[in-house]
Design a binder for this molecule. Structure first.
Ligand SMILES: Cc1ncc(COP(=O)(O)O)c(C=O)c1O
Length: 339
């Protein structure tokens, strides 16, 4: 018999529903649902730009950050072009490459779950149009540090666009975090992707944005579907920006729970490296398939990559305790010796 799903920890969603003022703003927008949203999302773009402290011609808003990524690919990819990215990674990249007609060039992660920047650079050739970096990385949570990112960007030829996906950036902690908006002037071929789906908890509403040099942003904006950002989502994002301090507290709670989960899993014998997203990554040769089965049996939906890894979204305390109880029943061979 199937065990009912009690905890959804497979999609790196926020465990928190929208804050009351955000919900109220959405309700007010629903009451006006017979009206179109703006033809182009100019108000929202300006609001996001002011919040990011950049001029508004550096911001392109889209239908989730995947929507912005697709707009970028549609703007730059020509027949025969390729798109390089580290693999394993976010499942959408190959899908977007296929839609835009780019040939994917997956480059294996290094054994410790980092994007192998030297191998990515070595994979670039005259056909490469786009290289994707995901930072923090999905699914491993690994981080490309400020110094490594700057060195990487200096070595990427200008004709290659760098798509830097920062969907999880709000969850990253540490002294060596890149300040990507400071890199935009020096790298007109860089588009930084951000989203309201993760830290801001609005995954269902589909709003993301890209930051880049004005010329690149203009090209991305030209691919924007007219009336494409809906009014309820716009209201929710604006209200979320007003509620930023409360949302940041929620992010701090997720980060604290991530660290609690990691420490507890390490003490159970799992080899868990520090991560910077709202998730924890368990990797083979630890018994990830047995772990996945134990979680399913406990009503926890996690993201299982058979034989390879298990990505657990950090949930609320109760969900995380359920995870720990389920995984405590899985024997990890040699765990203590490795950690
Ligand atoms: C690395 C990465 N980028 C982007 C997204 C999707 O973001 P959005 O909801 O803004 O399209 C995800 C969702 O899981 C993700 O893992």
């Amino acid at each position: 018999m199937d065990v009912p799903v009690l905890h959804r920890l497979a999609l790196n969603e926020s465990p928190y529903p929208p804050l009351p003022p955000v919900r109220e703003a959405m309700q007010r927008a629903v009451a006006e649902a017979h009206r179109y949203p703006q033809f182009h999302p100019d108000d929202l773009t300006e609001r996001i730009a002011a919040w990011c402290r950049v001029p508004s011609d550096r911001v392109a808003v889209g239908s989730g950050s995947v929507g912005v990524a697709l707009q970028l690919l549609q703007a730059v990819v020509r027949p025969g072009d390729t798109m390089a990215y580290a693999w394993r990674t976010f499942d959408a990249y190959p899908v977007l490459a296929a839609i835009a007609g780019a040939q994917p060039v997956p480059v294996p992660l290094s054994p410790d779950g980092h994007q192998d920047l030297d191998a990515l650079l070595a994979a670039l050739d005259h056909r490469t149009r786009v290289v994707v970096l995901c930072n923090p990385h999905n699914p491993t949570g690994s981080l490309v540090t400020a110094g490594a990112l700057s060195a990487f960007l200096r070595r990427v030829p200008r004709r290659v666009t760098v798509l830097l996906d920062e969907a999880y950036v709000e969850f990253a902690r540490g002294a060596d975090l890149p300040d990507t908006s400071a890199l935009l002037d020096a790298h007109p071929n860089l588009l930084v992707l951000r989203t309201f789906s993760k830290a801001y908890g609005l995954a269902a509403l589909r709003v993301g944005y890209g930051l880049g040099a004005p010329d690149l942003v203009e090209r991305v904006r030209r691919q924007q579907l007219p009336f494409g950002i809906n009014a309820v989502a716009t209201a929710a994002v604006k209200a979320s920006l007003r509620a930023e301090s409360e949302l940041r507290l929620r992010v701090d709670t997720v980060v604290a729970e991530r660290e609690r989960l990691r420490r507890a899993l390490v003490s159970l014998g799992w080899c868990v490296r520090p991560g910077h997203a709202n998730s924890v990554w368990l990797a083979a040769p630890d018994p990830v398939d047995e772990g996945a089965a134990a979680l399913t049996g406990a009503g926890v939906q996690a993201r299982h990559y058979p034989g390879e890894g298990l990505r657990l979204t950090v949930g609320d305390r109760n969900a995380n305790d359920t995870v720990l109880t389920a995984l405590a029943g899985v024997r990890v061979l040699g765990g203590a010796a490795r950690t």
